[in-house]
Design a protein around this ligand. Sequence first.
Ligand SMILES: Cc1ncc(COP(=O)(O)O)c(C=O)c1O
Length: 390
Amino acid sequence: MTEPVMPTYARLPVAFERGAGAWLWDAQDKRYFDAISGVAVCSLGHAHPAVARAISEQARTLVHTSNLYRIDLQEQLAAELCRLSGLDNAFFCNSGAEANEAALKIARRYGHSRSIAAPAVIVMDGSFHGRTLATLSATGNPKVQDGFEPLVGGFVRVPYGDAAAVSAVDDPNVVAILVEPVQGEGGVRVPSSDYLPALRRLCDERGWLLMLDEVQTGLGRTGAWFGFRHHDILPDVMTLAKALGNGVPIGACLARGAASEMLTAGKHASTFGGNPLACRAALTVLETLREEHLIERAAELGQRLLTDLREKLAGHPRVTDIRGKGLMIGIELDAPCADLVAKGLEQGFLINVTADRTLRLLPPFILSDDETLYLRDGIARLVADYTAGR
Ligand SMILES: Cc1ncc(COP(=O)(O)O)c(C=O)c1O
């Protein structure tokens, strides 16, 4: 019999009934430590009281009116994101893929404004930008693209982390670079600290837009408000989603300078984008991150976890690398390890494996010191047990 839900996910055999902070409970009341935060979404943990209060109040006041009218909360959220990022304006949508679609449309319009009839965007090997046709075409993973040909054209692909490869692109149609400050789905790849500044310089020299996909890295995940904040640069375009609503779907595409003038009336739209409910959730997330000093906490906990995990797993023959930035941590093994996820589940840890052999941790920022130690010890034990005798 056909299952009513399309089988687009190979789901684990567990469903959760409730959550609080870093913890989730299943129907048997078994408790799990959520070390993946709904894939970098619930940075404030589950059922955060401030977010719960804000969305229930907003649901009783006004959920949706459409973008045919001014939306006060949307204007407030745009102003706050611009203030935090240094960019000029924002378009709101409902997901990361949609935010990247907006960025790609900005790049196309920017190209046409400069009389380039077939504008192209430089994208990276190993990248992930979403599952819509344009964003899967931009994505640097053949598995994501397989079976969806013909792909959307206008992408030039280069290796990640290699500014010289970008500099070597000699194509008059190029108008922009789309890049993640740290590759998430690509295996928690942290480029060298001169990479983004070098891309910024190239964009300045050649009149290209620097478009940062901060869907995963944004809003504190790397220990700064945005991944680019670790450097003294500004992007022309930045996309956000995931953590922006702590689980309430919302995405944003921010732009600056010429890029901020490309999406004029009639050029882009979203029925739900930036509705009062989603914006109220996002404003509360930003306020909570600031008031509870959670970005600083993410930086501190991330550094502590990275150091401790390196120490605990030092000399382990099957662990080839432990890397990360903030609370975005990858433990790379010497062989594919997708089944580690089920082992983690058995032991009460929700983790993820990306790029075949990298165990990925994306825990919430609200962890107590004791919870951080619990996570560290549990993950070190899990990896040691899993690799023993292999
Ligand atoms: C860097 C990046 N961009 C885009 C996306 C797509 O976001 P969404 O699933 O909300 O469309 C993801 C999702 O994992 C991502 O990590």
